[in-house]
Ligand binder design. Structure first.
Ligand code: SAM
Length: 436
């Protein structure tokens, strides 16, 4: 598999006889305000399906689900765990207007830049695009402005104005040119000349005052994390995670591998995942080990519904139930468990992390040290576990040191702690003695 870098995209496009222009390359310097810089590749609208197929073959992990107002973004966003971002565009972002309003400019960009699967557009056409983006609402436009600033000294402004007039966006170019004389980017304001000008003023006024903030962001075509659903790839499957449900991270892949390794001697194992979220781990295991019985539970109804939908979509017979830890479950009803998996909330309240739109109930642990749920689980799980059953838990490294010692007191034996970036996957085995 190849990543989301320019060479891999060019190779995929070349193989499919496709071409596109690079509006923003990852090689450009990021500015402090701009934060991450997605690479933006624009393709013709009629090559949308083929270009999407080419990118889907690359090695990405996450992609927004394009639903509802998410469709104001004329493209798909993909990203990896290593911070590579790609916006595959089949129109220019024009929100709160539909992308078709910038089709003339998109056509001009696509017609420029010579041959090859990934081309660099003519500077004047690119400058008009950057001016338009600098005048749009939403996040990330500081980077467009910065780039226009860098290009400004060498531009043929007359040619740029001609392109802007032909594309109906000279209001943006004129404002940008004036702003280049001062310290700040032009910011949201007029873009279009002619009849579209007043309509843009009304639409962007509506966007600016729209409530709640999520609607405002979507109307700007700039969703934040948690505003839209996310498609996530892991363990050879793809799951959909709706807003409000925890988005699995790269550690889910490791949890799946570790669990499978610790039950490889069991012929038809029963696995129970507590706090399953969208079901990624349970489904990843079921996909890799068809002879296993897998059950997943979560206290969030939204999570259980998402997990059940993912199971149906993947055609995997995993049972998902709603419940807090093991409450309401009967050991004789489920059968002796060979592997218990739990990535339950563990971040202690003293170690506040930037949550963004991640629901706090999915990451903030119970009790002073954040291990309240894990402690209760290892206590309550004993009647459910077959002697020798593996228990796979995720937490912070220093938490595992402490919990592993406590687990020995409760009838478990610590097997290993696998250090990942910032946390640990701890594995223990139940030794069969169910102490009170
Ligand atoms: C960090 S997320 C992990 C989700 C998934 N296992 C993964 O690794 O991607 C923690 C999950 O535990 C669930 N949860 C929190 N408290 C719970 C409880 N008392 N019983 C069951 N599930 C709980 C949350 O709803 C959330 O889905």
């Amino acid at each position: 598999m190849r990543g989301l870098d320019q060479d891999s995209i060019a190779e995929g496009f070349g193989a499919g006889g496709l071409s596109g222009v690079v509006l923003t390359g990852t090689a450009l310097p990021a500015t402090a305000q701009a934060g991450y810089r997605p690479m933006q590749v624009l393709v013709a609208r009629d090559s949308r399906a083929a270009a999407t197929t080419a990118v889907e073959l690359l090695d990405w992990r996450y992609s927004w689900v394009r639903r509802g107002l998410g469709r104001l973004q004329p493209g798909r966003t993909y990203w990896t765990d290593t911070g590579q971002y790609l916006d595959l565009l089949w129109g220019l972002p024009a929100a709160p207007f539909p992308p078709a309003s910038l089709d003339a400019l998109a056509g001009r960009l696509l017609a420029s830049g010579g041959d090859g699967p990934l081309r660099t557009p003519d500077p004047e056409a690119l400058a008009v695009h950057l001016a338009v983006q600098s005048c749009r609402p939403g996040r990330g436009h500081e980077a467009d402005w910065e780039r226009l600033r860098v290009m400004a000294g060498t531009l043929d402004w007359r040619a740029a104005r001609r392109i802007a007039v032909e594309s109906g966006v000279h209001a943006a170019l004129d404002r940008a040119r004036r702003a280049l004389g001062g310290p700040d980017r032009p910011g949201p304001g007029p873009i279009f000349g002619g009849a579209l000008g007043p309509a843009w003023t009304i639409a962007s006024g509506f966007q600016r005052w729209a409530r709640p903030a999520r609607l405002r962001r979507l109307l700007a075509g700039a969703p934040a994390y948690g505003d839209l659903g996310v498609r996530v790839r892991l363990a050879g499957i793809e799951v959909i995670v709706p807003p409000g449900v925890f988005v699995p991270t790269a550690s889910a892949d490791v949890v799946i591998d570790v669990a499978l390794r610790h039950i490889e001697a069991v012929e038809r194992p029963l696995l129970l995942e507590i706090g399953t979220g969208c079901g990624a781990i349970a489904l990843g295991i079921a996909a890799r080990l068809p002879q296993a019985t897998v059950v997943g539970t979560d206290r969030s109804g939204r999570a259980v519904r998402a997990a059940s939908r993912n199971a149906a979509r993947l055609g995997l017979a995993v049972r998902f139930e709603r419940g807090a830890l093991l409450a309401g479950m009967d050991p004789s009803g489920i059968g002796p468990v060979d592997c218990l998996i739990a990535n339950l909330p563990y971040v202690p309240s003293t170690r506040r992390v930037a949550l963004g739109s991640v629901p706090a109930a999915t990451v903030e642990g119970r009790g002073a040290d954040g291990l309240g749920l894990q402690r209760q689980l290892i206590r309550d799980a004993r009647p459910f576990l077959r002697p020798g059953a593996a228990v796979v838990l995720q937490m912070l490294p220093d938490q595992w040191d402490a919990l592993a010692n406590e687990m020995v007191e409760s009838g478990y034996r610590s097997v290993e702690g696998i250090a990942l970036d910032g946390h640990v996957i701890g594995v223990a085995r139940f030794d069969g003695r169910s102490r009170a």
